[in-house]
Ligand binder design. Structure first.
Ligand code: F6R
Length: 613
């Protein structure tokens, strides 16, 4: 949700900023811009749409022969004001000397803007960000120090902000500020970098300083000084991150999404072997004492958004089934607007791939304030949400670039399955022998996912056959309702198809009115489920209304007259079926979108890291 970068040093500033922004493109692509500061003044280059448009604007201006030594850049996911050049960052002060980029939202910008307009400031955009520029500029004119002006201005801001700020009269520094939006400093030799996220620094430096909330950094070519908002110097550790360049390259795949789908067997295999040395042994998590985790707990609540919320819904079935503990699942954005009965007997589990989702962070913060124990599952153990956690379960799925989550979902499901087994093992009334078949079957899961991926030609053909339809139903029952929701979400977000999922039994209570021969249905039919026969009856009901039916199943259903097409899935128990069925659903959505020639990795209106509430 917006990405920002900064660079100060002797190398080609524009190229460094553009390559940094390229790696952050998953955070937004409504517009892009950079500002360069040199002895001739500050120059701003901006373009609507993707980064490529900005690259062309810059190429046309032939700026490469200038002696620039500092710059900042931004890619935008529009919040205040449409996607346009005027609303693109960086934003300049009226005298053209101060410039900044911003990720976040300023909640009190309206009052500040009215005050600044009264004081004679002119606004050229509809953004909340422009308020910050004029506010700092006003303070600069009072105190003649960029650092002091920034400190004074940010004390007046409410909301979330990561900022990079430059001033023409203090061209030896960039000031980086963090409050409720991620920001890191990359430490180099005679050069330093600022970025919203690590991918922007890959290939440039491995030495990183993580800024925390309410901290700012004065970044010069040969020094970085971090201070708290009240001006105290902080001694921050420089950490080493080791991420290979190929972690953020497509490695020959057409899209990141298909590359990431293909990575799943390996991720699942590694996760299982990390936590389960053999089915006969207890499952273990480094730094999580499961006994302590569930001690004195009478309720578990799982909080997440989007795809992570679907993983939470699957976990609810798993934990209730194996552990007999009451589990509730809540969309983070809803959790924060209602009274909830969280207390010190609650275990609150937050699930977030990015660890930066604002809704989930706020909800988890609230749960913690009510005394809950906090466990976080995240793919980014260095992310903001982790600071509220007593326990952290890293997903280790590697950087996920495609906006549509795939490998992180499968990693979440695998981790949650292992967690539910580990909790069950610690329950007094569980017989470990009951868990053995699940643990044995879990070992076979990576190979089964591989089998699905090998059979993707059939899935591709099926997706291409249905790519003319504008609406889709996904039907399932029980533990796979969330799988159907996730499958429909994948199709929705990358194909722009109105795909909706229903608990199959609910069809007859309303949605069946929508069925005719223009409504294909993808039905999830894991054979060994308690509701297999009922699912078949629901499919019959749909068929009677002329809907086209695709069966996704591991059964040899011989019902040619019922199903138009079948996507076969390897044999699997109902308990583990969500971990397997999600993969053909990802492939179905991928090939559907690809056959329509759509921008799969960067679907319209979306961004990977949703850092606004
Ligand atoms: C969909 C998708 C989103 C995210 C959601 C939460 O493919 O990726 O629905 O799952 O925005 O993000 P995290 O998991 O980072 O909190």
């Amino acid at each position: 949700m917006c990405g920002i970068v900064g660079y100060i040093g002797n190398n080609a500033v524009d190229e460094i900023l553009l390559s940094g922004l390229k790696s952050l493109e998953y955070r937004g692509y409504d517009s892009a811009g950079i500002a360069l500061n040199d002895n001739q003044g500050i120059d701003v280059f901006r373009a609507k749409g993707k980064l490529q448009n900005l690259t062309e604007v810059i190429k046309a201006k032939h700026i490469s022969n200038r002696q620039v030594s500092q710059g900042i850049g931004h890619i935008r996911w529009a919040t205040h004001g449409e996607a346009s050049i005027e609303n693109a960052h960086p934003h300049l002060s009226n005298d053209g000397k101060l410039v900044l980029v911003h990720n976040g939202i300023i909640e009190n910008y309206k009052e500040l803007k009215d005050e600044l307009i009264k004081q004679g400031y002119h606004f050229f955009s509809q953004t909340d960000t422009e308020t910050i520029v004029h506010l700092i500029d006003r303070e600069y004119k009072r105190v003649s120090s960029l650092e002091q002006a920034v400190i004074r201005a940010i004390s007046m801001l409410k909301g979330a902000f990561a900022l990079c700020i430059m001033h023409h009269d203090e061209a030896d520094k960039i000031i980086a500020v963090r409050k409720n939006a991620p920001l890191i400093i990359g430490v180099g030799k005679n050069e330093n970098f600022i970025a919203s996220d690590i991918p922007a620094l890959i290939g440039k430096t491995q030495a990183i300083i993580h800024l925390e909330d309410n901290e700012l950094a004065i970044v010069k070519k040969d020094s970085v000084v971090v201070k708290s908002f009240d001006g105290k110097i902080l001694n921050k550790p420089v950490e080493t991150v080791n991420i290979a360049q190929d972690a953020i390259s497509k490695q020959g795949y057409k899209h990141f999404m298909i590359k990431e789908i293909n990575e799943q067997p390996q991720i699942v295999r590694k996760m299982i072997s990390t936590h389960m040395s053999s089915p006969q042994q207890s499952i273990r998590f480094e730094n999580i004492d499961i006994e302590e985790l569930i001690e004195n707990i009478d309720k578990i609540e799982i909080i997440a958004c989007g795809t992570s919320l679907h993983a939470a819904q699957v976990a609810q079935y798993m934990i209730e089934d194996l552990c007999n503990i009451n589990v509730t699942v809540e969309a983070a954005s809803e959790y924060i607007c209602k009274k909830h009965l969280t207390n010190n007997k609650t275990l609150s589990i937050g699930i977030s791939q990015s660890g930066e989702t604002a809704d989930t962070i706020t909800a988890i913060k609230q749960a913690k304030e009510k005394g809950a124990k906090i466990l976080i599952l995240t793919n980014r153990p260095d992310s903001s949400i982790v600071r509220y956690a007593k326990y952290v379960l890293p997903l280790n799925a590697g950087i996920e670039v495609s906006v549509a989550a795939t490998k992180s979902y499968t990693a979440q499901l695998t981790a949650l399955c292992l967690l539910s087994l580990a909790m069950a093992e610690k329950q007094k009334n569980t017989n470990p022998e009951q868990l053995l078949p699940i643990k044995q079957e879990l070992l076979m899961l990576p190979t089964k996912i591989e089998e699905v991926i090998y059979s993707s030609t059939t899935i591709k053909k099926c997706a291409e056959k249905y790519n003319g339809y504008k609406n889709f139903f996904y039907l399932a029952r029980g533990i796979n309702i969330a799988t159907a929701q996730e499958g429909a979400l994948k199709l929705k977000e990358i194909s722009y198809i109105n795909a909706n999922s229903y608990a199959a039994g609910e069809l007859k209570h309303g949605p069946i009115a929508l069925l005719d021969n223009n409504m294909p249905i993808l039905a999830l039919l894991p054979q060994h489920s308690k509701t297999f026969e009922k699912m078949l009856s629901n499919c019959e009901e749909a068929r009677a209304r002329h809907a086209h039916l695709i069966a996704m199943t591991n059964s040899e259903i011989n019902k040619k007259e019922l199903f138009d097409d079948t996507i076969n899935v390897p044999e699997i128990s109902e308990f583990l079926s969500p971990l397997l069925f999600s993969v053909p659903l990802q492939l179905f959505a991928y090939y559907f979108a690809d056959s329509l020639n759509l921008d799969i990795d960067q679907p319209r209106n979306l961004a990977k890291s949703v850092t606004v509430e």
